[in-house]
Each structure stands twice: as C-alpha cells, then as structure tokens.
Design a protein around this ligand. Sequence first.
Ligand code: NAP
Ligand code: MG
Length: 510
Amino acid sequence: MAIETAAEARAWGNYVGGEWVGASGGETFDVINPATEEVLGSVPKMSREDTQRAIATARETFDSGVWSQLAPDERSRIMLGVVEKFTEHEDELAALETAQAGMTIRATSTVVIGYCINHWDYFARAANRQLQEPLEPVAFPTHSYNFVLREPIGVCAGIIPWNFPLVMAVWKLAPALAMGNTMVLKPASNTPLTALRLAELLDETELPKGVVNVITGGGASVGEELASHPDVDKISFTGSTVVGRRIMQLASSTIKKCTLELGGKSPNIVYEDADIPAAVDGALWATFFHQGQVCESGTRLILPDSIHDEFIERLVERAKTITLGDPMDYDTDMGPLISSEQLETVSNYVRIGQEEGAKLVLGGKRASVDGRGYYFEPTIFTEVDNAMTIAQEEIFGPVLSVIKVSDDDEAIAVANDTIYGLASAVWTEDYDRALETAKRLRAGTVWVNDHHLINCIAPFGGYKQSGLGRELGSYGLDEFTEVKHVHVDLTQKAEGKMFGVLLSTPPPEP
Ligand code: NAP
Ligand code: MG
C-alpha cells in the first residue's frame, strides 16, 4: 500500500524575520525526490549577502530581548505551542520527509516524527528550568553570596545534514530556543523542505518573529558565512568530519563556541554467548536502517572465530529478506540513497573493498525500482581487515564490513582502532562481560544488545574525530548557554577586602 506523494512541486521561500523571502539575485535550486528522480520543489539559493541579512535579523531579535529576556515559563509555554503544530501535521510531515530524504514511510511515520514531537516537548519543558544555580560554599575574604547564571549565548547557527532532516532541525532549534538564543538554520541542500515547512508552522505560533530564521543555499556560501560571521556567537553543526574541521577553522577567527556532531564508523561486537538470532537481526538493523545513512550505524561487525561462519550464513539469509522499494510504500524495508553522488560514492567504496581483498558475500550493486531511483543493494563484505579503506572510512551507505577476531581483547582493540568514536554496540548475555567491554570502548554511546536507540534525555555525541560537545538532555542544553559567576559582597565596607594588595595606606575617615 503506497501513499500519495506529499506535496505538489512548489517554489518555497526562505524564512527571515517572519517574512518569506527569496535570494536577492532570484536564484533557486531544485530538490529531487531520490526514489523517483522527480523535482519535488525549488528553494532560494541564498548568497553570502543574503546570509548576512539573516544573521543581522537574528542579532537584532536577540539584542531586543523579546526572546532572550522573556521569562522562562513564557518561553516554555510558547514552545509547547509548537508541539501542537507538530502533532496536527504529523502525517503530512512524515510524507514530506519520506519524499525528500528517501527514508521509508514506515520509519518516518512510526519513529521519526514521534522523536521530533517528543524531543521538542522535552526542550519546551526544559525552557522553564532554573537558570540560576547555587555555587558550592567557597572561601572568599569577606561575607558574600555567590551564584551562577546560565544565559543564552546569543545568535546561534545550525547547519544540518540530509539524513534526518527534521530531527536535526529539532535538535538544533529546540535547545537553542529553550535557552533563549535566536537561530539561523541552514538545512542540507538535498533536504530543505521539512525545515521550511516547520518554519511555516512556527510562524503560526506565538514565537516572536526573527527568533528562528531558515535559509537555504550552498555549504561553501551560506554555511561558510555562518561559520565565520562575527555576529554569530555559536555554531551547532551536524555533518561530515571533513566539513566539521573546516567549520572549526572558520569559527576560530572569532572564537565561536562550537558543537560538532560528525561522522562515525561504529563497531558492533557480537560475542559467542549472545542470543544469536537477536544479534543477527540487530546487526542488520544496525547497518541497513535508512540505507546505512546514519552517523552511528554499526558498520563494522566484529565476530569471534568460533561463531563467524554460522553467523554470516544466518546474516546473509536474513539480509536477503530485506526488500528495496518505493519508500512511500509501508511494505518497503529499504528506500533509495539520497542522491546520484551518494550512489557513486558507495559504488566506489564497494570497488575499493574488492580491490583490497575483502570478500563480497551479498549485494554490491546499484538497483532501481520501476526503472528509477538511487537504490543500492544491502551489501556485506567478509574477510575484512580493519586497516582496509572500507573499515576505516565512513561510507554512509548500506555496506557492512565483517571483521574476525580471536578474543575480547582483540575485539575491543579493533573496535577502538578508528579515528571515530560516535557509537558502539556489544551483544552478549553476560552482563559483566558487557559492562567491562562498555567501559573500554572509546565512544559516546554504547548499546548493549541493541542499536540506534536515542533518547531526548541521554547525551549524544562523539569521542575523537566524531565530534565536540553533546546534544540532548541537560548536556545538550548546557551547550547553548554561557555561564556567568555573580559575586555579591555582603560586607559593604573596605575592611577585610583585598584592596591592601594595591593600596598600602588605609582609607580616609568618612
Ligand atoms: P556534510 O557534507 O558535512 O554537510 C552537512 C551540512 O554542512 C550541509 O548543510 C552542508 O550544506 C553544509 N556544508 C557543506 N560544506 C560546508 C562548508 N564548507 N561550510 C559550512 N557548511 C558546509 O554532510 P552530509 O553529506 O550532509 O551528511 C552526512 C554526514 O553527516 C556524515 O558524515 C554523517 O556521519 C554526518 N552525520 C552526523 C550525525 C551526528 O549526530 N554525529 C548525524 C547525522 C549525520 P550543503 O548541503 O549545501 O552541501
Ligand atoms: Mg555533502
């Protein structure tokens, strides 16, 4: 059963200061449905100057205090209004996300939009949290009262990827707004539509104009302007490690705060005492969910010698049941990759894997559905050495590398032998073994007997070159605040203060 494509192809505007605007030069670019290769709509191709205007709007709005100085309970109430909008438009948002990103409607409608609602709701409620924190008792020379204020940082830029477009928009906007910041959000050029639709819904709420601005255009123009402009105080980026490095470099010119959520090459260790049927399905879920275009995909399956052959046999049999198809169809397991470029990248990695001596045991080819779409078969390589390119580089497609090991120490050493450290998983029924392994894995998330589970209160982010800082929970909120220490002297006289360090004569009598 397939549902109708979300929307008529239409020309979208950008949302700046509560107005719908185009690029000053009138340029636009098309957004393509990766399943049908048809144009879904067009969006403005903003220039650096257009980006500067959006930043100026976010700056003025922040400085005016309409949002940054608003009482936290008011901010919270207004943000909760957005949850209602999400809920009213759940089906439409799921369909639009599927149309632009190729993620199956089963995933968008049963998980993704629910995450958006739940995460926005969490941050909306958190907006009302205490922004003044007591300090531990400290020894100052005189009686004093000390506390810490958590304040908004100012103008934040959100730059997001194409794999989970709406979830990523929520992860940037909701915590930034909750803490009183304003934002300029730049969605990925492949998938800007749900962020723009969200802007339309925000416009129907009481959110003051100019708090959220959504602009579209290239990474090298809009993205680099946001990362370098002096009026942007913080940049919250999700994307590749290569672009993350570039952003850090640009941000350094004005010492912008940065949170970076970058790539991964997550290990998935299955010990011989695991529940094998569950681990087999878990390994497929870890790798092939959303065609492997997930930053924390478990793309390196690490198996002990003793179960390797039997496990692979089951894995391949089970993987053959995965159906590629129209992502709008509820029966489809896997949709297309995002673009023809991504198809090219994945094909290249498969070729390199074969050239370097890995054994292709499943898939390896592009596919099409009704003669169109950027599809690629679920692909499994065995006999992979962890030093091979396909084990070291993030492919961001449905390609699994299986690595054989002889014991736990080797499994953990292989798992950690990567520049990345976003996530990891271990499968075993022995919880001592699981927790010992969890402690030794150098990654921001460890799943024991599961994969991909993310929760609005659990910190998410990477060790090593998978990133800087954390998103979600109180950890994520803190990343959108400045910390201010306030010291109130309670003695009101010079006596006892440290003035004597400078002034050797006593003060005159009053
Ligand atoms: P990407 O190429 O790094 O792009 C991400 C965003 O950055 C896009 O909006 C892109 O704009 C923009 N951009 C590109 N070049 C830029 C530059 N020089 N300066 C500023 N911005 C620039 O990543 P992607 O291909 O969209 O997404 C895949 C990557 O994202 C993977 O590496 C994946 O692991 C990572 N990811 C990480 C997480 C996480 O939480 N750790 C989550 C999801 C994805 P354009 O679209 O206009 O090029
Ligand atoms: Mg890219």
